[in-house]
Design a protein around this ligand. Structure first.
Ligand SMILES: *[C@@H]1O[C@H](CO)[C@@H](O)[C@H](O)[C@H]1NC(C)=O
Ligand SMILES: *[C@@H]1O[C@H](CO)[C@@H](O)[C@H](O)[C@H]1NC(C)=O
Length: 398
């Protein structure tokens, strides 16, 4: 009897986790189910540990993520070293082949919701290695302080300081980088930081080197409206759920879960900041096809208590979509990838519209069968497709 019950419970649990309803046109669906099922089980266990008061959810995931890291190891084509730029740890990838000319330089910022990941995570190590080899570029892959230990603006400042260090004339010269061919790139939270530091840099009179390009892979760009059509449709998207994204956003600013609760109720923006919604107004900024079936509602203001305690979530350095048109018009050549099945889809789409509206040259690749995280699933066909598009664009434009 006991054994039968146990068996039954196991079957139900396995069925529950494996039954991940995926959008119909996703490529290699079973391979994806096998990839995400252990992750979902692990996150549920870590969430249970948090509910029991054992450990912070993100700290538990960080602990186990260490096993996904690899040391800095050179291969036949690329020399890899760990060092620090302005006290921020970075990993540098340098092509071994001889070059008559100065090289391209790419400053890369990893994703992970401002809480997870590092330059040493194997998926990011592989991506940077491929990039250095294919583009014959010096790739600097940066770390930054992570929540829950560090909150905004620490992540932003670490990345900004490391980037400014790299952009110094003598540093570029030491690595053989052409100061006219330096770009910034990042995915997800790294795309957020890439967009934010690029905006900051164009307004920084102390930095002589200008960025040639920014490349943003499914970036998170605003924390004001987390009820966009892509969030509303997002319950069945693989990899990143709307509620997990709200958790990431609120962890960026504080460990206090009242911000997350207010975000989920869409009542975190106070009356005096309600005008900021014009910058993230999906009713005017999304192309028609993404608005279908959704009705734009004027957001309800919340109390100003939260924004007084945690002003970061209304700061342009955390939410690059809040920049005014003047700032945006100064941005360099831009590449943006958005994915259909991604809660962050509409952030990217709105940034494309806003940049195009002020005359910035934007190349936008929308991946119809794409989902969050697909860019770094190196064993999947979709990752090859996305990385090839991205690398080809950099090859032509950086
Ligand atoms: C090094 O480059 C060669 C030639 O492009 C390639 O065939 C080989 O796979 C590369 N090695 C690694 C480890 O990427
Ligand atoms: C959003 O745009 C619509 C028109 O597209 C407009 O009616 C509405 O007032 C705007 N809302 C805000 C908060 O800017």
């Amino acid at each position: 009897m006991g054994r039968t019950t146990l068996l039954l419970i196991s079957v139900v649990l396995v069925a529950y986790y494996v039954y991940t309803p995926l959008p119909g046109d996703i490529e290699e669906p079973w391979k994806l189910v096998l990839e995400i099922t252990p992750q979902n089980v692990f996150v549920d266990m870590a969430s249970t540990a948090e509910l029991l008061g054992i450990n912070h959810l993100m700290s538990t995931i960080q602990l186990f993520s260490r096993f996904l890291e690899v040391p800095a190891t050179s291969d036949e084509n690329v020399t890899v070293i760990d060092t620090a730029f302005s006290s921020v740890p970075v990993r540098i990838y340098m092509p071994k082949r001889k070059s008559e000319m100065l090289r391209r330089g790419l400053f890369y910022i990893h994703g992970g919701g401002w809480c997870l990941g590092s330059a040493a995570t194997s998926i990011y190590d592989l991506l940077a290695r491929k990039t250095a080899d294919r583009l014959d570029a010096i790739v600097v892959s940066t770390d930054y302080g992570l929540a829950p230990k560090y909150h905004f603006p620490r992540q932003f400042e670490d990345v900004y300081n490391a980037l400014r260090w790299f952009l110094q004339e003598d540093v570029l010269e030491r690595y053989g980088v052409d100061p006219r061919r330096v770009g910034v790139a990042g995915d997800s939270a790294g795309g957020n930081l890439a967009a934010a530091v690029t905006q900051q840099l164009i307004q920084d009179p102390d930095v002589k080197t200008k960025l040639k390009v920014q490349a943003l892979v499914y970036p998170a760009l605003q924390a004001l409206d987390i009820n966009l059509p892509s969030y509303q449709e997002g319950s069945y998207f693989p990899m990143l759920s709307p509620s997990f994204m709200a958790r990431f956003w609120s962890e960026y600013f504080t460990t206090d879960r009242t911000l997350e609760k207010a975000m989920l109720l869409k009542q975190h923006v106070p009356l005096e900041s309600i005008h900021l919604f014009q910058f993230v107004n999906w009713s005017s900024l999304l192309p028609e096809r993404y608005k279908k079936g959704h009705i734009y509602k004027i957001p309800t203001p919340g109390s100003s208590e939260l924004s007084k305690k945690y002003p970061g979530f209304l700061d342009v350095k955390a939410c690059p979509l809040l920049a005014n048109d003047n700032t945006l018009s100064l941005l360099p050549l831009t590449y943006i990838i958005t994915c259909q099945y991604d809660v962050l889809r509409d952030d990217g789409l709105m940034y494309v519209t806003r940049l195009q509206n002020v005359g910035v040259h934007v190349t936008h690749h929308h991946i119809e069968d794409g989902f969050h995280g697909a860019f770094t699933l190196h064993d999947f066909k979709i990752a090859h497709r996305m990385q090839n598009q991205y690398l080809n664009w950099l090859m032509k434009n950086l």
